[in-house]
Design a binder for this molecule. Structure first.
Ligand SMILES: [Zn+2]
Length: 234
């Protein structure tokens, strides 16, 4: 016997899409609407904060499956997983009977049938499905905390970086300048010069035009911004 392999993309590729779309640790169980009616005889939207909390907790405790995003590959297990299966290798392993029962359930079929939202729509995903607490731990561990902090969001640096990554800008000269400046600071930190740095062609052309038009302007420019020496343009 071996440990149950659970439900993965190998069983159905839509399982991976589903897990990519939800940060939630589980699914299935009773609907929020049904629980609200049973506990408070009102729709969820009419409830007070503390009542909503009760409904959400009750819903979570009724989950029938667990999402294990951290496993490779990401896997879903039934709450009732039998934990062991027969070793059928070299044939592919089949999830245990309880995990397969989850796969066959209507609620699970509906969950994995939903199309994957475009990245830009992820922001509209229900906040309940974006665990902020885990997000903070993740951000801390990959050193991007500063980028995600509220105070950073409106700085021109973060806005520019996001714009570049989203392909919004097409300014090759400015991109070349940014690359050159970042490299210059990086090399300064390591105590080395700009020798052998390859400026981007667009930025190099731009600097060359300044140099040809006005050597005086070029010298002033070079005091502030990284550029090749006057002679090396020839
Ligand atoms: Zn199982």
């Amino acid at each position: 016997m071996v440990a149950c392999c659970g439900l993965t993309a190998a069983y159905d590729p839509r399982i991976e899409h589903y897990l990519e779309c939800t940060g939630y640790p589980g699914g299935g169980g009773r609907s929020v609407t049904e629980i609200s009616k049973e506990l408070y005889c009102q729709p969820f939207s009419a409830l007070e904060e503390s009542q909503r909390r009760q409904v959400i907790i009750t819903q979570e405790l009724s989950h029938t499956w667990v999402n294990k995003h951290h496993l490779t590959p990401p896997t879903i297990y039934s709450h009732a997983c039998t934990k062991e299966i027969e070793d059928t290798s070299p044939q592919p392993l089949l999830p245990c009977i309880e995990c397969r029962a989850i796969y066959k359930s209507r609620i699970f079929k509906n969950a994995i049938r939903r199309p994957k939202p475009l990245d830009k729509n992820f922001i509209h995903t229900n906040h309940r499905y974006q665990p902020a607490f885990l997000g903070k731990i993740y951000a801390r561990s990959i050193s991007v905390r500063e980028l995600l902090e509220e105070k950073s969001k409106n700085t021109p640096f973060v806005r520019y970086a996001l714009g570049v990554l989203q392909g919004k800008y097409d300014d090759e000269v400015f991109e070349g300048l940014t690359q050159a400046i970042l490299t210059k600071y990086d090399k300064e930190e390591r105590g080395v010069g700009m020798q052998n740095f390859k400026y981007s062609p667009a930025y190099e052309d731009f600097v060359n035009i300044i140099r040809i038009t006005s050597p005086a302007a070029y010298r002033t420019f070079k005091e502030w911004f990284p550029a090749k020496s006057f002679e090396s343009f020839r």
